[in-house]
Design a protein around this ligand. Structure first.
Ligand code: EPZ
Length: 422
């Protein structure tokens, strides 16, 4: 396992290129299972989760190629085993996205239950219940989901009890291959879901309502995409970089963004006093820090609300605000693991159930801390950058799962940060 050693406080300057979105790339890669010929992709980020996804597809029999420098992937989806083993799924919960395409295309799937992770139990009952509505027989035995359907999936109306991003994605795969019409009520509107839906439409799928909470899918044959699938910008990486610029009080320019997908995040930062200019039709963000930041009340919510994947980052930034802030984590039941680590640096945060109260401004002192989950690890690096002295962030494989070499990008901007094996 690696650790990062950070000398703070750091002043940064320069430009950052935002990578392709992890949470868009994963469902688009699994969509290759729906086809018989090669599917090629561009702007694939260089992440452990991509590695794990390609391993999973190879276990199923696919041939995959990954040009990491160029960000290009090609997948020849010759499926011989309709199985997504625990070995891979335990490393990456998104392995559950093998379930929809396998059952849709082959009528048969054996997918490991993802199991929980640091931020919560993360069940997949909504996925299973929805597939049963389409006529799929699903048994859960010995840690695996066994799904089968005799003939074809039959379209139905589905109401998700709670907005679920990968649940909506799994039912998009199933709906496009089902007979008749499938209606998803309380569907997720996340841009990653829209990107998957738009891709399937470009292959001939008949889908309406993408980006709303009601999606209607008409089963229809799919044709292979003519051009490589381009992965859209990572709105969470971009938001993370805005929080880094504001916390270190470094004016940074972020390229390859999509500001239209960041409305709630940019509004929160602006409410704190930040100036963020949107240039080149919102693909470039010029971040101008403020001398003083105002406190906020933030509640995480499904898109277009404030994203839970940005909660740890803005919580860390709010430690610098002049006054008391409150953050309500409404999506996951245990997503304040980073608070104990921030308290080691001097943060004044109290957690009561799913509400964190932050007093600011505080000055952080460097100390050894430990990453617990993907987005928390980014907030700990951010905290190290604004701490006086040395901060050692251990277990940063969490970071490498979702951020393309964040330490290299930071070093290029002037941060004193080194990666060590531990
Ligand atoms: C996706 O996870 C993202 N992952 C997560 O990003 C993100 O935090 C989350 O959506 C919320 O936006 C990917 O897209 C690969 P959910 P997902 O199903 O789909 C409950 C990251 O940092 N639920 O939308 O697994 C669930 O427990 C990751 O990149 C059920 O109870 O999340 C949660 O409380 C972390 N039963 C809520 O719904 C189900 O069957 C939302 O979960 C499904 C979900």
């Amino acid at each position: 396992m690696d650790a990062l050693i950070i000398e703070g406080p750091s002043k940064l300057s320069g430009k950052v290129d935002i990578s392709g979105s992890k949470n868009s790339a994963l469902p688009l890669l699994f969509a290759s299972i729906l086809f018989d010929e090669k599917v090629t992709y561009e702007n694939i980020p260089r992440l452990w989760d991509i590695e794990t996804t390609l391993q999973l597809l190879e276990v199923m029999g696919c041939d995959t190629e990954w040009d990491k420098e160029k960000g290009r992937v090609s997948i020849l989806p010759q499926i011989s085993k309709k199985v997504a083993p625990y070995e891979q799924v335990k490393k990456m919960r998104a392995g559950i996205l093998a379930l929809g395409p396998l059952i849709a295309k082959y009528g048969d799937a054996k997918v490991s239950l993802p199991g929980g992770c640091a931020i919560g139990a993360r069940p997949v009952n909504y996925h299973i219940e929805a597939l049963r509505r389409l006529g799929v027989t699903v048994e859960v035995e010995e840690g695996y989901i066994h799904a089968s359907v005799k003939n074809k999936l039959v379209g139905a109306e589905i109401l998700f009890p709670e907005v679920t991003v990968t649940g909506t994605e799994n039912l998009l795969y199933a709906g496009v291959m089902a007979e008749g019409t499938t209606i998803l009520q309380n569907a997720a509107c996340e841009p990653e879901v829209v990107a998957l839906g738009e891709f399937l439409k470009s292959c001939g799928a008949k889908i309406s309502g993408l980006g709303t909470h009601t999606i209607t899918i008409q089963g229809s044959p799919l044709k292979i995409p003519e051009t490589p699938v381009r992965i859209p910008a990572d709105r969470i990486e971009a938001g993370t970089w805005v929080s880094i610029a504001l916390a270190t009080r470094s004016p940074l320019e972020l390229n390859h963004c999509d500001a239209s997908q960041m409305t709630s995040v940019l509004a929160a930062f602006r409410q704190m006093g930040a100036k963020i200019e949107e240039l080149n039709q919102g693909t470039t963000l010029k971040v101008i820090p403020a001398d003083k930041y105002l406190p906020l009340h933030i509640e995480t919510a499904p898109y277009p609300g404030f994203p839970t994947d940005m909660q740890a980052q803005i919580l860390t930034l709010l430690c610098l605000a002049e006054g008391r802030s409150t953050i309500v984590e409404s999506i996951f039941e245990n997503r304040f693991m980073h608070v104990a680590e921030l308290q080691r640096l001097g943060a004044k945060i109290e957690v009561n159930g799913n509400v964190a109260t932050v007093e600011g401004p505080v000055g952080f002192q460097g100390a050894p801390i430990m990453a617990t989950d993907l987005r928390a690890s980014a907030c700990l690096v951010l905290a190290g950058l604004i701490s006086k002295g040395t901060t050692r962030v251990s277990r940063i494989y969490h970071l490498d799962r979702g951020y393309q070499r964040l330490d290299e990008k930071l070093r290029r901007l002037g941060a004193k940060i080194t990666r060590v094996a531990e």
